[in-house]
Write a protein that binds this ligand. Structure first.
Ligand SMILES: Nc1ncnc2c1ncn2[C@@H]1O[C@H](COP(=O)(O)OP(=O)(O)OP(=O)(O)O)[C@@H](O)[C@H]1O
Ligand SMILES: [Mg+2]
Length: 311
């Protein structure tokens, strides 16, 4: 069953198509990753889905019904964690969560339990009486999440919830999000961190310039890579004549040498590692490390979206 169905969604800002003819679905119980560079249209897509933005054309169905600005019944089953932290400075951690949860859950006993569940989920037990100003960046992000999900929504949108948090907080947040999914929520998660997508998402949409470039599981997306193997060699002061020779090896796609690391990418081939080790030995080139890798999601992402810098 599909929780969200988007057909031919387009959102224009004057001439710019921030979202350009998007069609996709979100299936019940999955974590769908929206992965894209800065300005690719992730937040605009979410804001259209939430009916916070008018869109230029297309249709959006959520829980099988058309989503409109006054679809309050649908909205009451949705939780949103916005890209910008949005909590009240005047309220403590507990009071903030109580406020947001209270918009949906009016029964006091149920709300108290839900607030405690949310606090536990994001690990804020020791900070209930803290004001937001006293929280570190990671704790503030965790509060932002708790406020968005405390009412136990069936559908949750998280827009880059782990920006600027340290790895410890990030792991804690990702574990929490998995728990929400395991408890039955359907989740749409935007990010530009590949490792988060690998850990978290059941399916991924790669977005750029408002268009879908690819959809699939992370394994399916890796199959799209044009390269088949990467070999890295840690070697000091390599003469460029060797780099030229390696470029002419069979199967080699590209050779780069930066910061004493030689990176060779191969389109295909079976004995690439053996061949390069033989060559280094023959030329008496000493290296401290050598290893072979399969293409990563990052490689596929850069192949699809290009390497130029974004805004
Ligand atoms: N209110 C607006 N007016 C004009 N252009 C806008 C507006 N909001 C967004 N845009 C443009 O729409 C495009 C998509 O922006 P959006 O914020 O959806 O990207 P994003 O993928 O969420 O990026 P990021 O990773 O930086 O959050 C960008 O080119 C952006 O400059
Ligand atoms: Mg955004």
């Amino acid at each position: 069953m599909n929780i969200i169905e988007v057909k031919n969604l387009t959102k224009k800002y004057k001439k710019l198509k921030a979202v350009d003819d998007l069609s996709f679905e979100v299936r019940k119980g999955e974590i769908l990753g929206l992965l894209g560079p800065n300005g690719s249209g992730k937040s605009t897509t979410i804001n259209c889905l939430l009916s916070l933005l008018n869109f230029s054309s297309g249709s959006i169905k959520i829980f099988g019904e058309e989503m409109k600005p006054d679809s309050y019944d649908i909205k009451s089953k949705i939780g949103v964690v916005f890209q910008e932290v949005s909590v009240f400075e005047e309220l403590t951690v507990y009071e903030n969560i109580d406020y947001f949860c209270g918009l949906y859950i009016t029964d006091n006993k149920t709300r108290k339990k839900y607030i405690e569940d949310a606090i536990k989920l994001v690990g804020l037990e020791d900070f209930k009486k803290f004001y937001p100003k006293k929280l570190s960046g990671g704790l503030l992000r965790r509060l932002n999440i708790a406020c968005g999900i405390a009412h136990k929504p069936k559908l949750i949108f998280l827009d880059e919830p782990t920006v600027a948090v340290d790895p410890q907080s990030r792991n804690n947040i990702l574990d929490g999000i998995k728990k929400l999914r395991n408890d039955g929520a359907t989740i749409v998660y935007t990010t530009h961190y590949m490792e988060e997508v690998e850990i978290l998402c059941d399916r991924v949409i790669i977005l750029d310039k408002g268009k879908i470039l690819a959809t699939g599981t992370t394994d399916e997306l890796k199959e799209l890579a044009k390269i088949e193997e990467k070999i890295k060699v840690e070697v000091n002061d390599l003469d460029c004549k060797y780099i030229g020779e390696i470029k002419d090896f069979k199967n080699v796609d590209e050779v780069e040498y930066n910061w004493n690391m030689l990176l060779i990418t191969y389109k295909k081939g079976k004995n690439n590692l053996f061949d390069i080790m033989e060559y280094l030995k023959k030329e008496n080139i000493k290296y401290s490390k050598i290893f072979s890798e399969r293409p990563t999601l990052n490689d596929v992402f850069l192949e699809l979206t290009g390497k130029e810098l974004r805004d």
